[in-house]
Design a protein around this ligand. Structure first.
Ligand code: G3P
Ligand code: CA
Length: 294
């Protein structure tokens, strides 16, 4: 499996390199401002170039030189955590062909064994046929093997009771709650403030992020339990970013901002000028080329 996926990733990367680094193009090598530039997060992996939330997508991000990847975590009918964005399996797998009578094909209505049968790659491109919906365990092992870092999103916690503790259990079992990884290689985020608060209360040492754009007046409440506010790029301006930076989070540091989903150079430069700390993107190569982040 890995040989095949690595070959696919290599081919995709070579295509990427030929496209981006053609004769006369600017080098993506880091300049003197490298460390102060925004961190680039490969959204659902390098998801413009490989099927989102697959191991192939994070392998490709690694080969393109990106440390930070983002994913989405949900739960199967029989209680296994899996990495997939949509509430249903229809868009990113062949579930409609394999289980035609199971409409609407919700993740929570399928067992882990059933989901493991699905092809999560061919919808994106023939070269990715055979890619799977990874379990969170499989995914964490691959992030570790790739020496990457993870922005883990708990998706729809309101329909998965207890998913916060269960996610922490898997992270613990796979070695991801050891001090070095907690300090430098893991952030847990959610659109649910309650879920982010729960994670913070269960493991106060972990870094967390709230997905959304709270009103300025509400920001101090968020600073009690989250280290970052991660908003859609269309919802922010430099005053809002400065206001977030002016607050101190639960670990005694200024709150940070990583914005999504930025896939073009002009928008990347615009949010960089606003002062964001991170940019979450399906096209990490495009963003790196624009703002010099890593
Ligand atoms: O990480 C930010 C982004 O993933 C939030 O939106 O819908 O892509 O999970 P979504
Ligand atoms: Ca996400």
């Amino acid at each position: 499996m890995y040989v095949r996926s690595a070959a696919a990733a290599t081919a995709a990367f070579l295509g990427f390199a030929l496209t981006v680094c053609g004769a006369g193009s600017a080098s993506a090598a880091p300049g003197p401002d490298w460390l102060s530039n925004p961190i680039v997060y490969a959204h659902r992996g390098a998801s413009a170039y490989a099927p989102e939330n697959t191991l192939e997508a994070i392998d490709l991000a690694m080969m393109m030189g990106f440390d930070w990847v983002e994913n989405d975590v949900q739960r199967t009918k029989d209680g296994t955590l899996v990495v997939i964005h949509d509430e249903t399996l229809a868009r990113t797998t062949d579930v409609e062909q394999v289980f035609p009578d199971r409409k609407p094909w919700r993740v929570k209505d399928f067992t882990a064994v059933e989901i493991a049968q699905l092809d999560a790659g061919s919808w994106f491109g023939q070269e990715f046929t055979g890619a799977r919906v990874p379990t969170l365990r499989e995914y964490m092992r691959r992030v570790q093997r790739n020496q990457q870092r993870l922005l883990l999103e708990i998706k729809r916690p309101e329909i998965y009771a207890g998913i916060e503790q269960q996610t922490l259990d898997v992270l613990g079992e796979t070695g991801w709650l050891e001090e070095n990884r907690v300090a430098r290689r893991l952030v847990i985020q959610s659109f649910s403030a309650a879920s982010v608060r729960t994670v913070h209360e269960l493991r106060p040492d972990l870094s967390t992020a709230f997905l959304g754009t709270p009103a300025l007046a509400d920001l101090p409440q968020y600073a009690e339990f989250t280290d970052r506010i991660n908003p859609a790029h269309t919802t922010i301006n430099s005053d809002w970013v400065s206001a977030v930076h002016g607050l101190t989070g639960p670990h005694g540091k200024a709150l940070e901002v990583a914005t999504w989903t930025v896939d073009d150079a002009a928008t990347a430069r615009k949010v960089q000028d606003m002062g964001v700390d991170g940019i979450i993107t399906d096209k990490p190569d495009v963003v790196r080329e624009a703002v010099g982040g890593y």
